[in-house]
Design a protein around this ligand. Structure first.
Ligand code: NAI
Length: 342
């Protein structure tokens, strides 16, 4: 099968090529991969002509109009190179009969370790210390942090990634509390206490987000949540940008209510992330305001970016497309209407 692979970067292609070549004993023919630099959007749909399958990443647009155009040119498979599927109109895909397959789990450690890295960097100010020492400024003024030990960390969403975060933080000696409509027995066994969101906001020194972006979690962290958090709270988001209302966050930062913020995701990241824009003016004024705070640390959606995770994403994506071609898909990897009803 010919698979149009949108938004591929040079660092990703060798992993996809390796996974595609790895059919044991020639048990399946390799897919024909058409690598495209372009993001999927209404204006780039035509690049997939002649491909029954399309593979996309998190910055691609698989909204209803785009899906309709893909369907019209014969696309029947959408193979996501991600766990999250908030960028896909699942109802429209279902109506059209376009099968959506994802990578439900690759390395939860990659994202969890990145989230904890953001916490440690913000707390101990490694980024500022690095620059100072290079300028032979060995003064410690402004670099004081706090012990993570005995601090209360609130984890919102304790699925695969949230569970690993809970494990790392309990190892630090943190008191971990959590909110999740489906408590995870492994977290309970670790000593994590599930509490209502209002209590998590009121008690946490650090809050870290690991829930998916759904209608229920869109702008979960907005004016009202930010208004009841502990003064000086550290907020970490490595889930999806839309879980935080960025304008409300900026207002809270301006009044000094939030101590520090670590973001790996941003609600309008589609026009920014995964590209080198260093010689262009940034058009997004909300993002530039966010970047201007000294206590905000932003990484450009790199939580997943480890050797292990990229290897696993490539393998599952190729397996998904091959299985679709054989008519033998793994139901666990299929995104259905049931996922958005949750
Ligand atoms: P998962 O499906 O294993 O866990 C998500 C958890 O969130 C579940 O336990 C679910 O019950 C919970 N949840 C759902 N609605 C909630 C709500 N309203 N409040 C609190 N909890 C809620 O997913 P996984 O693998 O742990 O990934 C979590 C999210 O991390 C993904 O949805 C994705 O958005 C993000 N992600 C970010 C990456 C990055 O590179 N920064 C890479 C991979 C995932």
């Amino acid at each position: 099968m010919r698979l149009a692979v949108y938004s591929t970067k040079p660092y990703e292609r060798p992993f996809l090529d390796a996974a595609n070549a790895a059919a044991p004993g020639g048990s399946r023919p390799a897919l024909e991969l058409l690598y495209l630099d372009a993001r999927l959007s209404a204006s780039t749909v035509g690049l997939a002509r002649g491909c029954p399958g399309v593979s996309i990443f998190v910055g691609d647009d698989a909204s209803a109009p785009v899906l309709r155009e893909l369907h019209a040119i014969g696309v029947r498979l959408l193979a996501l190179r991600s766990a999250g599927f908030n960028h896909v109109d699942i109802e429209e895909a279902d109506r059209l009969g376009v099968t959506v397959l994802r990578v439900p789990a690759y390395s939860p450690h990659a994202v969890a370790e990145h989230a904890v890295g953001l916490m440690l960097t913000l707390n101990r100010k490694f980024h500022r210390a690095f620059n100072r020492v290079r300028e032979q400024n060995f003064a410690l003024d402004g670099l004081m942090g706090f012990d993570m030990h005995a601090k209360t960390v609130g984890v919102i969403g304790t699925g695969k990634i949230g569970e690993v975060v809970c494990r790392i933080l309990t190892g630090f000696g943190c008191r971990v509390i959590a909110a999740d409509p489906s408590p995870n027995p492994a977290c309970v066994a670790l000593g994590v206490h599930y509490v209502p969101l209002a209590d998590l906001y009121a008690q946490s020194d650090i809050i870290t987000l690991h829930c998916p972006l759904t209608p229920a979690t869109h702008h979960l962290i907005g004016h009202s949540a930010l208004g009841v958090m502990k003064p000086g709270v550290m907020l970490i988001n490595s889930s999806r940008g839309g879980v935080i209302d960025t304008r409300a966050l900026i207002a809270a930062l301006k009044r000094g209510a939030v101590g520090s913020v670590g973001l790996d995701v941003y609600e309008e990241e589609g026009d920014l992330f995964f590209r080198d824009l260093s010689s262009q003016p940034i058009q997004d004024d909300v993002f530039t305001r966010l970047m201007s705070f000294p206590n905000v640390l932003i990484t450009a959606h790199q939580g997943f970016f480890t050797h292990e995770a990229v290897t696993a994403i490539a393998k599952t994506t190729i397996d998904n497309a091959s299985a679709f071609e054989r008519g033998d898909i793994n139901p666990e990897n299929r995104v259905t209407l049931g996922h958005i009803a949750r």
